[in-house]
Design a protein around this ligand. Structure first.
Ligand SMILES: Cc1cc2nc3c(=O)[nH]c(=O)nc-3n(C[C@H](O)[C@H](O)[C@H](O)COP(=O)(O)O)c2cc1C
Length: 356
């Protein structure tokens, strides 16, 4: 629903958070965990599902190389693992060869994923040089061949995640989304920045609105949503069917529940320091199932660095955990962290939301 539409904003608010159908898959909510390389591994996705329940409609894997999948690399196959509690779950892959993409699609489907997602947005030189990620937005003949190779072998939905375009002079998200629809794609997700912009500036939600207006399949917007207010504004501005949240979920793993509750008229409580401590321990337990201790240390520091932002005394905990050498030291420092008197459960931002 665009701004200025005839429906009242109250009515729009009531409907903003709703189930979303992608092909034959029904998502319980239209808020989606964005794919993030190095972050949305199985442990993080399970954590997000556990703390948000059905407020998170879909979780998406890190991107996985079709080269790795098609040559049976152990690492690529491990990255494709998911747990039943995550469902619905989407597996995202990247690459440029139609035949390898077809093989990857068959592998992902065979594995039992709910959705197969193709990355057309990755800006990393290593990926685009080989023709994958955002490069596919510049080579739409190739993208078309990929979609045509994949669609016939899939019974699960095929979706595509794109950017605004390659650079300011080639913002072709509308054209690419129309191609995706014409070739049988069931949803397109748009990160409203160009490849050249990387993560600079703001995502362009007006362009996302244009994509929404030009295709009939569901359009999911991505970029800079970090609070319920951001989500409300972007739903109203762009009329998208759903919103993806990436970095905001690392900083505030409860964000989907917070947004869903707020946009349904409720007032979600801010997580207490105790809830944050429990979440960190739960994440560690989930990481332990998939990673050796050394790798876990890095992942724990990664989440602590984000989750402590805006927390009272968070800078102190952050500094102390960053200086820890072992996992045990990290746990000791988390346990030793006592919020300042009167700071229990409060965050620096007002209103119970998560600060930006
Ligand atoms: C560390 C990091 C890794 C990312 N990895 C992927 C990826 O593997 N696949 C993908 O489609 N997008 C990836 N993205 C882009 C995000 O999915 C998302 O579109 C972007 O970060 C904007 O949304 P946000 O502001 O909610 O984070 C990544 C972003 C970040 C910050």
């Amino acid at each position: 629903m665009r701004e200025g539409s005839s429906a009242s904003s109250d009515a729009a608010t009531v409907e903003m958070i709703r189930p979303l159908r992608i092909g034959g898959v029904r998502l319980p909510s239209n808020l989606i965990l964005s794919p993030m390389s190095g972050i949305t591994n199985m442990a993080f996705r399970r954590l997000i599902r556990r703390v948000n329940g059905s407020a998170v409609g879909l979780v998406v894997s890190e991107f996985i190389s079709i080269e790795g999948l098609s040559r049976n690399s152990l690492r690529s196959h491990q990255m494709m693992e998911f747990h039943e509690e995550e469902r619905p779950v989407s597996i995202q892959v990247f690459g440029a060869e139609p035949e390898k993409m077809r093989i990857a699609a068959e592998i992902v489907q065979e594995k039992g994923a709910d959705i197969f997602d193709i990355n057309c947005g990755c800006p990393v030189p290593k990926v685009v040089k080989k023709g994958g990620g955002a490069q596919l937005m510049r080579q739409i003949d190739r993208l078309q061949r990929i979609l045509r190779a994949v669609r016939p072998v899939l019974s699960i939905p095929m979706t595509v995640k794109i950017r605004a375009g390659w650079d300011q002079n080639s913002r072709n998200a509308v054209e690419v989304a129309q191609l995706v629809e014409a070739e049988g794609g069931a949803m397109v997700a748009v990160h409203g920045r160009t490849r050249v912009a990387g993560y600079m500036g703001e995502a362009d939600w007006e362009l996302i609105a244009c994509v929404k207006e030009s295709v009939g399949i569901p359009v999911v917007g991505s970029g800079d949503v970090r609070s319920a207010e951001d989500a409300r504004r972007r739903f109203l501005q762009s009329g998208v069917d759903g919103i993806m949240i990436g970095r905001g979920a690392l900083q505030n793993p409860w964000i989907f529940r917070e947004i869903a509750t707020t946009l349904r008229g409720g007032a979600p409580p801010a997580p207490t320091p105790e809830a944050q401590r429990r979440l960190l321990l739960e994440y560690a337990a989930l990481l332990r199932e998939i990673l050796p201790e050394k790798a876990m240390t890095g992942k724990m520091k990664q989440i602590v660095a984000q989750i402590t932002k805006g927390m009272r005394g968070g800078a102190r905990l952050r500094a102390s955990v960053m200086a820890a050498g072992t996992l045990e030291e990290i746990f000791e420092r988390i346990d030793a962290f006592v919020p300042p008197e009167g700071g229990e459960g409060k965050r620096e931002a007002a209103g119970g939301g998560h600060p930006r």
